[in-house]
Write a protein that binds this ligand. Sequence first.
Ligand code: ARG
Length: 579
Amino acid sequence: MNIRQLLTDKVQAAMLEAHIPAKFGPHLAPAKKAGFGDYQANGAMAAAKHMGTNPRELATSIVEKLNLEGIATKVEIAGPGFINIHLDPAFLGTSLDKALADPRLSIGNTTNPQTVVVDYSAPNLAKEMHVGHLRSTIIGDALVRLLEFQGHKVIRQNHMGDWGTQFGMLLAHLQDKLEANEVAEVALSDLEAFYREAKLRFDDEEGFADRARDYVVKLQGGDPRCSALWEKFIEVSVSHSEEIYDKLNVTLKHSDVAPESMYNADLPVLVADLQQQGLAVEDDGAQVVFLPEMADKEGNPSVVIVQKRGGGYLYATTDLAAIRYRVSKLDSDRIMYFIDARQSLHMQQVFTVARKAGYASDDTSLEHHPFGTMMGADGKPFKTRTGGTVKLAELLDEAVERADKLVAEKNPELAPETRAEIARKVGIGAVKYADLSKTRTNDYIFSWDSMLSFEGNTAPYLQYAYTRVRSIFRKAGINPEQLSGSIVVAAPQEQQLALKLCQFEEMLEQVSKDAFPHVLCTYLYDLASAYMSFYEACPVLKEGVSEEDKASRLRLCQLVAATIEHGLGLLGIEVMEQM
Ligand code: ARG
């Protein structure tokens, strides 16, 4: 249930009855300080200012019309005209009972279902996937899970980089190997090493770069042999990415791959259209769109090259074709891009051209959700000890190994298979959560010690909190699916915990709107803390606890466990019954 929405509707109705124009919203927010109720409506001030009336008087007239029977026990006016709302504990209790009885935890489907295209992961093929793509993959996947849960139609688009100069390089190198009678399978079995060799030659060997470029031209010209080899490279590389998605517990599938090459045929058509519209003009042999609306301080317009001199197309051209496709063929209402902040200018240029060219109307929201860089302990972009790029597969294996050691220390009695399974969930969960729990737009420092800690805002902490709650039922020999009684909210710690539980849905709303998954992480961490305080203050199984209290508190416990499980699940992180 969404209390914030419920109160918003109620206060809005009262405002209308108090003859306040509908354009003034109630501005509901959770109360900032203890003692000021649970929620406050702050809309009276802004409305009074525009209407030229006294804000406290206006607040009073709203409160006179406000009917919160069965929802709040007290409504007060404070300060210049805040309306403070104290929720009725009985209302919280009934709401939580409903949530407990519902596998969706009484989170409704959205009333405004959209078709949302989510562009994420998007590694460049032939190179092995590295940590730079980790952030896009896990942040994007968290949003996709959430939007789907809320009832939106989500279309994943894995805009893989499968086209461009790197393939000319690989083809030229492969040709030489074949001439030396080596078989293609060798190259494909260790594509990463093969890529490195080719890159060295490209950088250092005379004439090689030119040959590589010739191969690009051949490939783009549709040469059958080049195309066949290129396809092999792609196949190997895509399946490598898929192994990582699997390890990472990410929902991307083969059918979500919508790579750059998919738009090849449309690129000349698109450029011709931009020319026809007078948007693309020739500049020094290239086709260029000038954007005066994005001019720099000196007034020079921003420049977007859509076709190089010599005919080649660029990253921006492909992205424009992708927008056109996503709007016209996929019918998207909203397109979300999870890409590194360093591509912000690129995205802004692409969006601006797309709007001007009419490829996306104002009905489609175009959103770049940038993220910062993952840093090493030295505060520089994360690298291996020898300065190379860190391979994702190795990083994830190390996470699981480290988690395995920790779990073994914590619980030496576990059977080996059980321990391996727990270690996998903890290790992968730790890497994902460490990323998701940081404000997306910031850089962050990758640290094994802090992400694998059982204290603080980490995956292991939350997974452990979950096992602790669940162990209560094992200890008591009670099936948590068959709890009786009802939730009675009495002690202040129960009140705090109940309120937090009730805020699950409105917090999720926020996350799907702004695409900041750390808000969900912070929520889960706060929830676990509220649970700890509750557990200390309100005994559940101790002798002397009345049957009603016991039943009520067990129900609260179970709802906490279900909420943690659900919340972590939306982040793509698994829980376990013991660790
Ligand atoms: N392959 C690109 C890179 O690694 C990311 C692509 C992101 N998506 C897009 N539509 N541009 O930098």
